[in-house]
Design a protein around this ligand. Sequence first.
Ligand code: DGI
Ligand code: FE
Ligand code: FE
Length: 399
Amino acid sequence: MKIGVYGGTFNPPHLVHLISARFAMEYLGLDRLIFMPTGDPPHKELPAHSPPAQKRLEMMILAADSMLLPSRVEVDQMEVRREGKSYTADTLSELHEQYPDDELWLLMGTDMFLTLQNWKKPETICELAHLAAFARTQADTGEMLEIQGKYLSETFGAKCAVIQLPQITPVSSTQLRDLLEKGEGREYLPAAVYGYILRDALYGTHADLRNLNHEDMTACSLSMVYAKRHAHILGVAETAVDLARHWGEDEELAFRAGILHDCTKYLTLEEHLAICGKYGMELDDMERQSAKLLHSKTGAALARNLYGQPDEVYWAIYWHTTGKADMTKLEKIIYLADYMEPNRKFDGVEELRRLCYEDLDKALLLGVGMSIEDLNQRGVPIHKNTQAAMDWLLKHGKG
Ligand code: DGI
Ligand code: FE
Ligand code: FE
């Protein structure tokens, strides 16, 4: 197996890192890629106000996840966890023990490549891994890299490759930090990383989480969930706005409820219970045992208490999983948008989509009915609010 090892401070990780990584995987034919955020970097001090290693690690995890290659790309915590200064030679030794039969490729920027002889134990590095330097600009391609490659191979037996990156708008982490402080730069970041930065007010950003514009609210929401759910969340927001327009409901509230509805989807049961406890939410026995049932409640709680959303948004999120008797128009819209946004694929979804624009209650009856059938088939107990939604629709709806 060929494994790429991409180290760096990732302060913050940005799109040029990801594009470089993807390009290296293709160019070198890597089976896997390991991002290795540094803990305490030996070659330079981190600039003032840099987030601690743990936060850089969390941002790197979000960035790597956004590549949507979960079985091939991972983030290793070895250097972040290691006490004291971290050296690449030590890291490679440890990786070599983990992967004795695999071919390691150390990926790095040209500045690193050109100074490799000054690192700790360059001979060990060159023995344990091949080297790949990213050439970002035309100037990088020049003689210097070739001469350095030759020098490293003659001196340390290194095997080197130069990866000429495609034309990309170059941005350095230094430039990016300056931009972020001025409220700019989000186009250089995966949305989830930008959202993480806003939520934590990193790099001098100072977003008011209770008054976010659409773009920033989207970034914050996406930063809270795995990337595989991003398309669904965006689809729900878009579909909810469309349904709101069709049915004369408030499009702004529909957007906010849609974009935030699943923001707590991947919390653990303990985390859900902590949030419910914090905001004094009453739970029944079934809810206390089910993260799936709780994510709508905790999503609502954070929408209100973290993102300053009004009651309408709170309740639309609160009821989006089970539904309930006598739902408001916005509640119906979010429930249905969640059910049939464009990424949902199941038998009957087309019919449900059509009904949503014809009769909300009929659509709801179909949706809740399918849910109950599905839960029954899987032997999952029906929550009383799901049943109450059904009963109400049968009595009052046009079923
Ligand atoms: O969060 P999404 O996946 O987008 O969709 P959702 O909020 O409708 O959640 C669906 C999950 O919730 C699904 O795994 C089943 C669960 N669920 C929905 N209704 C009930 C339920 N679980 C139980 N136990 N009882 C219900 O009535
Ligand atoms: Fe949900
Ligand atoms: Fe959802």
